[in-house]
Design a protein around this ligand. Structure first.
Ligand code: S3P
Length: 170
């Protein structure tokens, strides 16, 4: 049984879709941000503040290496910036079947308007930050993906249905 990995920009619904899939497929759900927070006893914003982004990215790579040693068949939601590193994209491919939840910048902005938990979107013009990061990342998400799903205006259940339909055909 393969792992199902959910990737995509902040706010695309990786965690919500992951929880729904895990319930419907009766599979374990793992979230790399949560796994890192538990391991280092710090929240993601604290890690960014105290240790910096590069240290967090190293933790993400170590987290993928650990997941490779765990039993397969999990639903894994990964942090939005994790596929940016080439070595992480290669690890994702080894780890399982990668689903990219593609979202438009305007949908991210409306969903994350009041959000204070994503260090990369704090301070200054949030819309500009979202657009710039998205531009840098879009093709990397696509490169790592086995399946791309456009999520704007879709409910969590509709997205989960689309994934399940493809999983069953795999
Ligand atoms: C990040 C996304 C966040 C979290 C961190 C960095 C990013 O995860 O890993 O704030 O670089 O896009 P979510 O995508 O779950 O918000």
């Amino acid at each position: 049984m393969k792992n199902i990995i959910l990737t995509g920009f902040m706010g695309c619904g990786k965690t919500s879709v992951g929880i729904r899939l895990s319930y419907r497929m009766r599979r374990t759900m793992t979230d790399t941000d949560k796994k890192i927070e538990r391991l280092y006893h710090m929240s993601v914003p604290e890690i960014f503040e105290k240790l910096g982004e590069e240290a967090f990215r190293d933790m993400e790579t170590q987290c993928l290496e650990k997941l490779l040693e765990e039993p397969k068949g999990q639903i894994i939601a990964v942090g939005g910036g994790l596929p940016v590193r080439g070595c992480n994209r290669r690890l994702l491919k080894k780890l399982g079947w990668v689903v990219y939840l593609r979202i438009k910048p305007e949908t991210v902005c409306s969903r994350l308007a009041g959000d204070t938990s994503r260090p990369l979107l704090q301070g200054g013009d949030k819309e500009e930050k979202v657009r710039m990061l998205m531009e840098k990342r879009a093709f990397l998400y696509e490169e790592a993906a086995d399946l791309i799903i456009d999520v704007d205006e879709k409910t969590i259940d509709v997205i989960a249905d689309e994934i399940l339909e493809k999983v069953e055909g795999e």
